[in-house]
Design a protein around this ligand. Structure first.
Ligand code: PLP
Length: 287
């Protein structure tokens, strides 16, 4: 079924949506994005995503042609027009179309390009993968040094997903030069030891996950200890549990790392519980 998508203020059938070949998002990966989940026809943590979008734009000296209130209205309109019960909204803002290719940023008065579209995922909350958990391999983190900015420059994460696919697993976790895990291709990475949940501290070498922030808040409220520090693959392989978080997978148990089972090799109780708490609480707060 053809979707209705959003392009610079217009709602169009997807086949009629057009962006210039000179758009800097296309030529330079000069754009940022957000993915917001939809459950029961409502937006999960929209505020968090809008806040991070504003931060990504500010870090790149870009202005957003659309206000937060307009973005919210547009997200809701896309949900309604496409009849989305469960799924995702992808939003992208680029520096726009200066009419030619140049390395220099165009005049800041040039309006950026804003596009958004829905992805219908009926079983988003009860994904079969969450029942068996992800198998993961580790690969070097060869991304640029500002991955805290959510840019559309996703070639290396895409290569990481392909490496995982070729290895017959679900995802790759990136390793820094010291051999510590930074994060997954499109998610934040955690291990569990007893009552402690360990995940890398915020910095410019990981994306500041919106799901991460909520999960760590819920974990602390549920009396888990949260340790924000680097961990290695060896430490992860010896942990009781591991998991990943992202808006599209919520809390996803990780059951195998580089061919070695973690804990029992099945989704662990902490990951399963945090997933339940996250889904319950976020559904209550959805708008
Ligand atoms: N880390 C990376 C590299 C990501 O691409 C993503 C999501 O796309 C995340 C972490 C998780 O972020 P969020 O929880 O905001 O979806």
């Amino acid at each position: 079924m053809s979707r209705t998508v959003y392009v610079n203020g217009d709602y169009l059938p997807e086949a009629e949506a057009r962006v210039s070949i000179f758009d800097r998002g296309f030529l330079m990966a000069d754009g940022v994005y957000e993915v917001t989940s939809v459950l029961d026809g409502k937006l999960i943590d929209f505020k968090g995503h809008a806040k991070r979008l504003a931060r990504s734009l500010a870090e790149l000296e870009m202005t957003c042609p659309v206000s937060e209130a307009e973005l919210l209205a547009m997200h809701r309109e896309l949900v309604a027009r496409n009849g989305i019960e469960h799924g995702m909204i992808y939003l992208q803002v680029t520096r726009g179309n200066p009419g030619d290719r140049s390395f220099l940023f165009p005049d800041p008065s040039l309006p950026g390009t804003v596009v958004a579209f829905t992805q219908n995922v009926p079983n988003l909350a009860d994904a079969p993968a969450a029942k068996v958990g992800f198998k993961v391999i580790s690969i070097p983190d060869l991304r640029w040094s500002r991955v805290d900015i959510k840019t559309v420059q996703l070639l290396y994460p895409s290569m990481g997903k392909m490496a995982a696919k070729k290895a017959g697993v679900d995802d790759s976790w990136f390793l820094d030069e010291a051999g510590a895990v930074t994060e997954g291709t499109s998610n934040n990475a955690y291990i569990v030891k007893g009552n402690r949940i360990i995940t890398r501290q915020l910095g410019s070498d990981i994306l500041h996950g919106i799901t991460r922030a909520a999960v760590l808040r819920f974990a602390a409220e549920a009396q888990f200890e949260v340790e924000e520090r680097p961990f290695t693959i060896a430490e992860a392989q010896g942990a009781d549990e591991a998991f990943s978080t992202a808006a599209s997978i919520f809390v996803m148990p990780v059951v195998e790392l580089d061919g070695m089972a973690i804990g029992t090799g099945k989704p662990g109780p902490v990951a399963v519980r945090l997933r339940e708490i996250y889904l319950d609480e976020m559904r209550k707060a959805a708008i």
